[in-house]
Design a protein around this ligand. Structure first.
Ligand code: FES
Length: 99
């Protein structure tokens, strides 16, 4: 796994955008659980960092497609899947698995 950010840089119920291995990721903290996904909507490429997190989903700011933060699957259109990455917290470090 690769270091992505300090836990203190991603506040509870907050987000942060980081670049890991040249890949722009959105890190999301939900009650101490960290989720990581690409910062580009698979529909028409909108940045996901301005999306709204609700009920374990991140909704795209452009057309509102909701993506499951664990699987990347889209509730609103199954043709699109958001790339998600395994993330874990080690001490104060957020580590991500980049495939
Ligand atoms: S660009 Fe994200 S839903 Fe259309």
């Amino acid at each position: 796994m690769i270091f992505a950010a300090k836990l203190s840089e991603v506040p509870n119920f907050g987000k942060n955008v980081v670049t890991v291995n040249g890949l722009e990721l959105v890190l999301i903290n939900i009650k101490g659980e960290i989720f990581a996904c690409e910062n580009e909507c698979p529909h028409q490429g909108s940045p996901m960092q301005a999306g709204i997190v609700k009920d374990g989903h991140l909704s795209c700011p452009r057309h509102g497609y909701r993506f499951n933060l664990k699987t990347g699957s889209c509730l609103d259109n199954p043709d699109f899947t958001l790339k998600v990455f395994t993330a874990k917290v080690e001490g104060d470090d957020i580590m991500v698995e980049i495939g």
